[in-house]
Design a protein around this ligand. Structure first.
Ligand code: PXG
Length: 465
């Protein structure tokens, strides 16, 4: 059987793309002038583009293809489910086997008393569900004024009105009238960029205590929940100091506010445990999941909810849901994906073998003159680019200028490594092997070398201030 192949020459595909396809988070006319890179197929950790280049995908698509590309079992699971029952809904007192089986499986995998699942089609939708769910939770208990959710600057929770409001991306809030009311933000625990002369652990505590200050400022009776990613992903793979999450947990417990862990990136093995909450030692009341739940093979997201919260929500009619909540095909694919992760011991292998190997190789990048720090947890890592290591200096240029140069060099060297500002990030498929890790590091080093030469040549090797 032949796979879907190129139908047209690359230039013609690019012209049609520019004429008709509006891309997310993209300056349309700039891309139109340049032409999109067109990915045509993939296998394992390797993408192939329309020109036949083979590219190592160190981002697992968008942090989601945890089991790697080309798993026939997932194709079969989707086809089987489509033949049997391609669609039915979970509204109006009906259910179906894939949604039931997946909900039960998630309850088994999730820690503590997170035993109840509300399905969505994406992380954004699941976070919108969470906003309405936590507000309903308090309203049902006679506290409708407890509707504020505290989140973090430079957090990412999605692109819908609600989830983008929870997010703390300034560029997103600048467009479309965000945030919605009663969402507040505190600073992120980003020691390298914002910690100044402080010790990282003291800084972590200080940033966590901003939550307590914010609760006191707003009034404890007004605060419904706090939301955070165990490790910020889209913000630049920001791994908090060890002191941070225990202090956040203490504060949530003290004030009785709900803790929502956004596990859309961290979930399903990314940090070396099934969930980032386990890696960070927190006990969330709700977890948001998506991405790795189906390894990106089918769109699905969910809120995994504690007994305490579910009991209250189940006591009313929660007027919320999506046509495709618990879509049978997505649920069947997710179930099969979880089976693969579990039966092949992929999460355990990340923890015991792949992540330690990757960590040693990743941290070796700090020997490069351009790299100020290299950090990694499980298989999500980042490096900070700097013109002056000793001072953890930022570049004088517009943030992202240097990161973009580096990303372009990576692409030219057949490596997908993203930039967020002037940090470079990776989150490869969890099935990446040691030889592929070596290739990743070699290409990264080569790209850093080329980027350094270009930055020098363009007069950009200048520190801010
Ligand atoms: N929460 C987190 C923590 C995420 O990373 C979402 C929610 C939203 O999920 P959906 O499925 O609605 O996209 C995400 C998504 C990037 C990038 O550039 C990251 C995401 C999405 C798109 C781009 O790093 N994360």
């Amino acid at each position: 059987m032949t796979a879907i192949t190129n139908h047209l020459p690359t230039a013609e595909l690019q012209a049609l793309d520019a004429a008709h396809h509006m891309h997310p988070f993209t300056h349309g006319s700039q891309l139109g002038a340049k032409g999109a890179r067109i990915i045509t197929r993939a296998k394992g950790v390797t993408l192939t583009d329309s020109e036949g280049n083979e590219i190592l995908d160190a981002m697992a698509g968008l942090w989601c293809v945890n089991v790697g590309y080309g798993r026939e079992e997932l194709v079969e699971a989707a086809a089987r489910q489509m033949r049997e029952l391609p669609y039915y809904n979970t509204f109006f007192q009906t259910s179906h086997v894939p949604a039931i089986a997946l909900a039960a499986k998630l309850a088994e995998l999730a820690p503590g008393d997170l035993n109840h699942v509300f399905f969505a089609c994406s992380g954004s939708e699941a976070n919108d569900t969470n906003i309405r769910m936590v507000r309903t939770y308090w309203a049902e208990q006679g506290q409708p004024e407890r509707n504020i959710i505290i989140a973090r600057k430079n957090g990412y929770h999605g692109s819908t009105m609600g989830s983008a409001s929870l997010g703390g991306m300034a560029g997103m809030h600048a467009q479309g009238g965000l945030p919605i009311p009663d969402i507040h933000h505190i600073d992120q625990p980003y020691w390298y960029g914002e910690g100044g002369d402080m010790d990282p652990e003291a800084f972590g505590l200080e940033r966590a205590r901003q939550l307590e200050e914010k609760i006191e400022e707003l009034g404890p009776h007004r605060v419904a929940a706090f939301i955070g990613e165990p490790v910020q992903g889209a913000g630049g793979v920001i791994i908090p100091p060890d002191s941070y999450w225990p202090e956040i947990q203490r504060i949530c417990d003290k004030y009785g506010i709900l803790l929502i862990a956004d596990e859309v990136i961290c979930g399903f093995g990314r940090t070396g445990n099934w969930f980032g909450s386990q890696t960070m030692g927190i006990r969330p009341d709700i977890m948001t999941v998506a991405k790795g739940l189906s390894s990106g093979y089918a769109p699905i997201g969910a809120s995994i909810v504690s007994d305490k919260v579910a009991e209250v929500i189940d006591g009313c009619e929660f007027n919320h849901g999506y046509t495709y909540s618990g879509h049978p095909v997505s649920c069947a694919v997710a179930l099969e994906n979880l089976r693969i992760l579990q039966e092949e011991g992929i999460v355990a292998r990340v923890a015991a073998d792949t992540a330690p190997y990757m960590r040693a190789r990743w941290e070796s990048l700090t020997a490069h003159p351009l790299v100020g720090e290299a950090r990694i947890v499980g298989l999500m890592g980042s490096i900070a680019l700097t013109p002056d290591k000793a001072r953890r200096a930022k570049f004088a240029s517009e943030p992202g200028t240097v990161g973009y140069i580096c990303r372009e060099r990576c692409f030219a060297n057949n490596l997908v490594m993203r930039h967020v500002g002037d940090r470079m990030i990776i989150a490869p498929p969890l099935v990446i092997g040691k030889a592929e890790i070596d290739t990743l590091i070699d290409r990264a080093w080569q790209s850093l070398d080329e980027a350094a030469r270009q930055i020098e040549a363009e007069g950009l090797m200048q520190a801010a201030e």
